[in-house]
Write a protein that binds this ligand. Sequence first.
Ligand code: SAM
Length: 267
Amino acid sequence: MTSPLPDGHPQWRPSKALGQNFLVDHGAVRRIVEAAEVDQEDTVLEIGPGKGVLTAALAEKAGQVVALEFDRHLAESLMSDFSGADNVRIIYADALEFPLETLPHPLKVVANLPYSVATPILFRLLENRHCLSRMVLMFQKEVAERILAEPGGRDYGVLSVMVQAFTRPKLEFVLPPDAFRPRPKIDSAVVSFETPSVPRVALVDENAFRRVVKAAFSQRRKTLRNSLKALLGERVEEVLLTVGIDPMRRAETLTLEEFARLSVASR
Ligand code: SAM
């Protein structure tokens, strides 16, 4: 186990902006590593290692751990803590910028994500999913609910559709604020994602799919006939009817397959 050196650093304080709520529940650390199904064959990418509690547990199981930390003091402290571990590489970097494709792959991604940038990081991982074999990620519970939402509910939106089109997300477990220091105000949830090599629905053009999904949910209280007008213009009703979708339906009622069919017809 690593020592929490930065606490002793005169200038270091946990940063809200960097989402620094550190896991102190060792049972949760074990369950995250188990959910990731890590073995000696694996290279694991950890985003935001913080004080290294998860990093140390991953390093015991994985062939290699690469950890990206954007807090310079924490990164330096981790470099010193793990200097004797030849299967751990700490990189001081912004996970939103770092070129993931330069790392050895396939990668497993394991992270207690900084809440402020969890969604953009997830979208970035989705873009790089060809380099990834499995992901186990912690989010604030409300974001996890949106990721896992089924059609028909308030939580179902762009995030649900884009994540579920390309991965198989599964809720692993929920953690209360007390599992962290400092304590966040809200519950957290750990979600695992299988990353199949092909999308779960038949897509001809991923950009067209993304455009249609975003446009459909841009005014989610409106009917598809209205919300898709800006994207499809006068063709809107014809396109919807061609793929068997009632123009009076709303985006939140469409299944992944229906979005996929719509994206093919919208091109
Ligand atoms: N993994 C540790 C744990 O579970 O205790 C820390 C998790 S804490 C919720 C999020 C971590 O992500 C912090 O260490 C923070 O400094 C780091 N972080 C924030 N933004 C980042 C970014 N853009 N790229 C990489 N790391 C980032």
